[in-house]
Design a protein around this ligand. Structure first.
Ligand code: ACO
Ligand SMILES: O=CC(=O)O
Ligand code: MG
Length: 560
């Protein structure tokens, strides 16, 4: 169902208009909320578009052979002594944070889970169909005012469905909200004839409805900011948040943020990002999955930097270890938390031995994080909370470990750090790795198009970030020969699988032919009815001469 809701007196291209209908949206998009959102758009959208243009310009330099590096013009920020604002009490101990999409059941389960914090995710794990975004905002309102409930349908006839309600506030995880990134539009909302920024829409609408109640309890509002690429993007966020505080009558610095360092350009500007947000930043987070995706994307025109298959790109790879250690050093020097990230394994319910192997991997990951000096970690599933908590409790007796300064990292020169951050990961590509990427892309895209942003596939959590790795790896492997030829090496050969098979479009074709057997009964799959569409999309994305920046941009055009 689709309709246009326009304020009556406005000409067609002026003012605030909503181009879709979801249940109870008018309660959220009242005249005053629309005015607030329009104000954000008019004040900040041009700067957002400038930041996106700057991304394109930076990428063009790298496509022409340049390498990401620390900035000369900000040396003073990196070298001088300053600290971020003291942490609010609610964000001092963040040893275990659960994350998840914003549907009511997940939100209740996460807030009740026993984790210290819950990141409610409008981003990597939510498919942005209009219904989801509106239901998510309703769930946030219910979470903040304590009224959120969910009635699950009965599983069998004659039995009541399960009823979900929130625990008393004192036992709940602290809520943090992750809006969508700067690159995304919310096409269902237009201001003066232009789509709104999805970031401004998600964060603005949440703040409009919940900021006062959260501030009254000194519980925020708190946000996670995704996929930043520069200090200018951080400064834009800071100005947006200053404006929101003033407009909603909040104290200065009441809104706190944690920034995900999950792009290769951003790792070279961590001090600068902390500095731009210094009156409100609580920490940085190692968003490893988008970071790996960003490494592949940034080096799309560097055929000498081809990555091995995804299963071999673990946090023990030197480029990822350098990223996590530099993040810890940078945060602790400035008084901010250095949050770890997400292991992709989830509990395996039907095979105890396989489950134990999966849990051992999660345990090893959390042990690495706490030993390296991280102040907390992420889990994808409530069953992983006790495991992560035990490891952090044993090795981190205080609320955090800012005293772990990682002076060993400080001992490196800037050039050495850069080389470590850019080290090409070594490994191989197997047929299973190639076919696995095809399967993950197809199944994830189908689920996403059907409204599900996070799905278990072969007992791994798959979301937009992990699917992006699979998609960009396929493109990189399939195009690196042509790129090497274009770069002046006419003898370049295609990369090979471990068994010597060349990686070319014939291999992709074979993977598509083998898919029905891998997928089994489509009716059993999440988004099974969208599989053909997903195959078509992946095929086009793989054949395109240029790498699409984000899978979710062309996919969003197909939603509704
Ligand atoms: C790269 C990144 O951006 S990471 C951050 C984004 N990704 C995420 O946040 C991942 C979140 N995790 C999830 O969405 C889920 O765990 C999935 C999709 C991977 C698996 O979900 P399911 O197949 O439902 O798992 P499972 O059946 O084992 O769930 C058992 C129970 O735990 C609940 N549960 C599972 N994960 C979560 C979660 N993250 N938060 C709250 N509750 C959860 C389920 O709702 C279910 O509840 P119920 O028993 O009341 O019905
Ligand atoms: O958002 C988290 C990531 O790993 O990507
Ligand atoms: Mg991410």
């Amino acid at each position: 169902m689709s309709a246009v809701m326009r304020r009556e007196s406005e000409p067609a291209t002026q003012g605030f208009s909503v181009r879709a209908v979801a249940e109870d949206q008018d309660q959220l998009l009242s005249a005053s909320a629309s005015e607030f959102l329009s104000g954000l758009h008019r004040r900040f959208d041009a700067r957002r578009l400038d930041c996106l243009a700057a991304r394109i310009a930076r990428q063009a330099e790298i496509d022409n052979g340049g390498l990401p590096d620390f900035r000369e013009d900000t040396r003073n920020i990196r070298q001088s002594d300053w600290k971020v604002a003291p942490l609010p009490a609610a964000l001092r101990d963040r040893r275990v944070e659960i994350t998840g999409p914003v549907d009511a059941k997940m939100v209740i389960n996460a807030l009740n889970s026993g984790a210290n914090c819950f990141m409610a995710d409008f981003e990597d794990s939510t498919s942005p169909i209009w219904k989801n975004m509106i239901a998510g905002q309703h769930a946030m309102r219910g979470a903040v005012d304590g009224t959120l409930e969910f009635h699950a349908p009965a599983r069998a006839e004659g039995t009541p469905g399960k009823h979900y309600a929130l625990k008393p506030a004192a036992g709940q995880a602290v809520l943090l909200v992750r809006p969508r990134g700067w690159h995304l539009d919310e096409k269902h909302v237009q201001v003066d004839g232009r789509p709104m920024s999805a970031s401004l829409f998600d964060l603005g609408l949440f703040a409009f409805h919940n900021a006062a109640a959260l501030a009254a309890r000194d519980r925020g509002p708190y946000f996670y900011l995704p996929k930043l690429e520069s200090m200018e993007e951080a400064a834009l966020w800071n100005d947006v948040l200053d404006h929101i505080e003033r407009t909603l009558g909040l104290a200065e610095g009441q809104i706190r943020v944690t920034v995900l360092i999950e792009t290769l350009p951003a790792v070279f500007q961590m001090d600068e990002i902390l500095h731009a947000l210094r009156s409100r930043i609580a920490g940085l987070n190692c968003g490893r999955w988008d970071y790996i995706f960003s490494y592949i994307k940034t080096f799309r025109a560097h055929p000498d930097r081809v990555l091995p298959e995804r299963g071999q790109v673990g946090m023990d790879q030197p480029f990822l270890r350098a990223y996590s250690e530099l993040l810890i050093h940078t945060c602790h020097r400035r008084g901010a938390h250095a949050m770890g990230g997400m292991a992709a394994q989830i509990p395996i319910s039907n095979d105890p031995a396989a489950n134990e192997r999966a849990m051992a991997k999660v345990r090893a990951d959390k042990l690495r994080e706490v030993t390296a000096g991280h102040d907390g970690t992420w889990v994808a599933h409530p069953a992983l909370i006790p495991l992560a908590r035990r490891i952090f409790d044993e090795r981190m007796p205080g609320a955090h470990q800012h005293h772990v300064l990682r002076e060993d990292v400080q001992a490196f020169t800037q050039r050495q750090l850069r080389d470590q951050l850019l080290t090409q990961p070594l490994g191989t590509i197997t047929r299973a790795g190639f076919d696995g990427n095809v399967e993950v892309c197809v199944r994830y895209l189908a689920a996403w198009l059907d409204g599900n942003g996070c799905v278990p596939i072969h007992w791994l959590m798959e979301d937009a970030a992990t699917a992006e790795i699979a998609r960009t790896q396929l493109w990189q492997w399939l195009h690196c020969q042509a790129q090497a030829i274009a770069a002046g090496n006419p003898q370049a050969e295609p990369p090979q699988l471990e068994d010597g098979t060349p990686i070319d479009f014939t291999l992709l074709e074979r993977a598509f032919i083998g898919l029905p057997v891998r997928l089994g009964d489509r009716r059993e799959l999440i988004g099974g009815s969208r599989i053909e569409e997903a195959i078509g999309m992946l095929d086009r994305l793989c054949h395109a001469d240029t790498l699409e920046d984000f899978l979710t941009v062309p996919a969003y055009r197909r939603l509704e």
